[in-house]
Design a protein around this ligand. Structure first.
Ligand SMILES: Cc1ncc(COP(=O)(O)O)c(C=O)c1O
Length: 349
């Protein structure tokens, strides 16, 4: 830290992303990426879009926004796009979190970082002993609530009735529903938008649309909430969704069959991996995400992670109260999951 860093940032504890090593033959199951390439047509769309890179990108992201609106059954002015859902969520924290935010103790690690970065008050609400979220814990919260649904790193999902309950019990606050993993078996709160003016749904192309490196996230909500999001965006970085990413996103949305096939495969591989791990004595939480949160028998999460690392398999461990016995395993291709199970059997042999 230099002596020039603003005083207000000196206690900041930045988010620590999962490792991204460039090692050959690594089975990489640590950052919830897709094992599959982007949809056919994405590379060609990016190549064509590159011809106009001398110009600024379309501020309205018209083509992409129109396709998202059509895909999710909302109007164009109910869609906001950004540089990954991290940016979209951070804008939402700034737009709606002035009176503080509430979120679970075990959830996406960026939430406490953003509250600290933007000097917003954070109310941490413990998950129940079984790692579930109790909507009653958020009743009458006098602040914005953010819920990852499915939650990370547990993978557990709330039904829409519980999301509606949280929104309805805080009618004067925004409920941000972070649906980074919703396409792997949970229900999207987009359905609740017509009846709940205080819900903002945030999704990403990083997981189910195999485009983590393109950095594309989006939000959907009432026209007024989206206008608020644009107020923050135009006060910070209006050109946040670049030309190449807009083109890639639009091309991906034009291939719904590919999206469907990829997410179905991930869900099948998840079911297979869960069953195999359970046969080996693991506790595996019920996941609706592209990862499993697992407790290895007679070993801490850190130990299991280390042993797999020695066998060139990367998974994620969180050195954090309540979850030190657990690790998070991204669901990859069937071949990758077979390697994980083989290696795990060797560890316990
Ligand atoms: C719950 C959750 N929300 C949001 C994100 C951010 O994703 P991205 O910025 O790639 O869209 C992640 C990334 O892993 C996540 O786990």
């Amino acid at each position: 830290m230099s002596r020039f860093l603003s005083k207000s940032n000196r206690n900041l504890k930045a988010y620590v992303p999962g490792e991204q090593p460039k090692v050959k033959n690594l089975v990489k199951l640590n950052t919830n990426e897709s094992p599959f390439p982007p949809a056919p047509g994405v590379a060609e769309a990016v190549k064509q879009a590159a011809d106009s890179l001398q110009l600024y990108n379309d501020l309205s992201a018209a083509k992409l926004t129109g396709l998202l609106a059509k895909t999710y059954g909302v109007r164009d002015n109910q869609v906001f796009v950004g540089n990954g859902s991290d940016e979209v969520l951070a804008f939402a924290f700034q737009a709606f979190g002035g009176g503080g935010l509430a979120f679970p103790d075990i959830t996406y690690g960026c939430y406490p970082v953003w509250t600290s970065l933007y000097h917003l008050d954070a109310k941490i609400v413990p998950l129940k002993d079984d790692f579930s979220i109790d909507p009653a814990d958020y009743r009458g919260n006098d602040r914005c609530v953010v819920i990852a649904n499915p939650n990370a790193p547990t993978g557990m999902a709330l039904p829409l009735s519980a999301i509606a309950q949280i929104a309805e019990s805080n009618p004067d606050q925004v409920l941000i529903v972070d649906e980074a993993y919703v396409d792997f078996g949970a229900e999207s709160a987009v359905k609740l938008l017509p009846s709940h003016e205080n819900i903002l749904v945030v999704q990403t192309f990083s997981k189910s649309r195999q485009m983590a490196g393109a950095r594309l996230g989006f939000a959907m909500g009432s026209e007024e909430l989206i206008a608020d999001m644009n107020l923050i965006r135009y006060s910070f970085h209006p050109y946040n969704a670049n030309t190449l990413t807009q083109a890639a996103g639009a091309a991906a949305l034009e291939q719904p069959e590919y999206f469907e096939a990829c997410r179905q495969t991930i869900m099948e591989n998840r079911a297979w991996t869960k069953a195999e791990l359970e046969k080996l004595g693991f506790r595996v939480l019920e996941s609706k995400a592209n990862f499993l949160f697992v407790q290895a028998p007679g070993m801490t999460g850190g130990e299991y992670q280390k042993k797999l690392r020695e066998k060139n398999i990367l998974i994620r461990y969180f050195d954090q109260p309540r979850i030190r016995d657990f690790t998070r395993i991204t669901i990859g291709s069937k071949g990758q999951m077979e390697k994980l199970i083989e290696a795990t059997k060797e560890i316990w042999a």
